[in-house]
Design a protein around this ligand. Structure first.
Ligand SMILES: Nc1ncnc2c1ncn2[C@@H]1O[C@H](COP(=O)(O)OP(=O)(O)OP(=O)(O)O)[C@@H](O)[C@H]1O
Length: 246
């Protein structure tokens, strides 16, 4: 299987955080096309920093991120922005929907930003809304939605452009359990039925159990204690978190 992402010996030192205090220290892993990888770790261990580097939102201090065959660290700003737009859909914990746009307009926003006419894709937005169970909320504004509906709208926005990689930063962190489960089922559907590659950051072992592989980031380094395939379950994740004192 082809690797969509190749992360090699990644270091990140945030400005002002001190040369001797890298947030990421030699992180190496690959993500195959169609994979569903979960990254867990204590608060402050560098998970969001890592997602920003994977998407080209931020630059590594050292090491490389090769996304769909292109090295983001070597790319110019313009090229990085293009790679991000073409390859990555991003799902945030706090949804990041535009409050003054309807759900329909929010979902179509990536198309508008890419210079396409979302009206031309109205049928596709409706189809996606239907798949995500928010077809009757498309005319509403974000403040009129429940948290679960907001997150489903933001997943639709991340899927509409057809980008192969879905980066999800604690997508259920702000949701009640039932809504969180629905959101995870949508991510699973996008992975299984649409072949989207998913990289998920979560604190929740129940969410992690949806992944094919669970990696643990501790003090900026990946622990060797990876769970994979049939070994991934909520119980195994809880045990690993205890083993690693997370
Ligand atoms: N832009 C920045 N400038 C300086 N320091 C930063 C910046 N972004 C993050 N940090 C620091 O880097 C460390 C890792 O932060 P990061 O948000 O990546 O961790 P995390 O594992 O995602 O945490 P959480 O689980 O709480 O979301 C923290 O100490 C944080 O304060």
């Amino acid at each position: 299987m082809t690797n969509l992402l190749q992360v090699h010996d990644l270091y990140k030192i945030h400005a002002g955080s001190g040369e001797d205090q890298p947030v990421l220290r030699g992180v190496t892993f690959d993500v195959a096309e169609g994979d569903f990888v979960c990254i867990m770790g204590p608060s402050g261990s560098g998970k969001t920093t890592l997602l920003h580097l994977l998407s080209g939102l931020d630059e590594p201090s050292a090491g490389s991120v090769i996304l769909a065959g292109k090295d983001l660290a070597k790319a110019k700003e313009e090229e990085r922005t293009r790679q991000r737009r073409d390859q990555v859909g991003y799902v945030f914990q706090f949804f990041h929907l535009m409050p003054n746009l309807s759900v329909m307009e929010n979902i179509g926003l990536p198309l508008a930003i890419a210079g396409q006419n979302p009206d031309r894709d109205a049928a596709r937005i409706r189809e996606l809304g239907k798949k995500l169970g928010i077809e009757d909320r498309l005319g509403a504004f974000p403040h009129e939605l429940s948290g679960g509906e907001m997150q489903r709208a933001s997943i639709a926005r991340a899927l509409i452009g057809g980008q192969p990689l879905l980066l999800c930063d604690e997508p259920t962190g702000n949701l009640a359990q039932a809504a969180g489960r629905e959101v995870m089922e949508e991510l699973q559907r996008a992975n299984r039925e649409e072949g989207r590659t998913v990289v998920l950051v979560t604190h929740n072992p129940r969410d992690a159990a949806f992944a094919h592989r669970v990696l643990f980031l501790v003090d900026g380094e990946l622990s060797g204690d990876t769970l994979e395939g049939d070994a991934v379950s909520e119980t195994a994740v809880v045990a690993a978190l205890q083993r690693l004192s997370i």
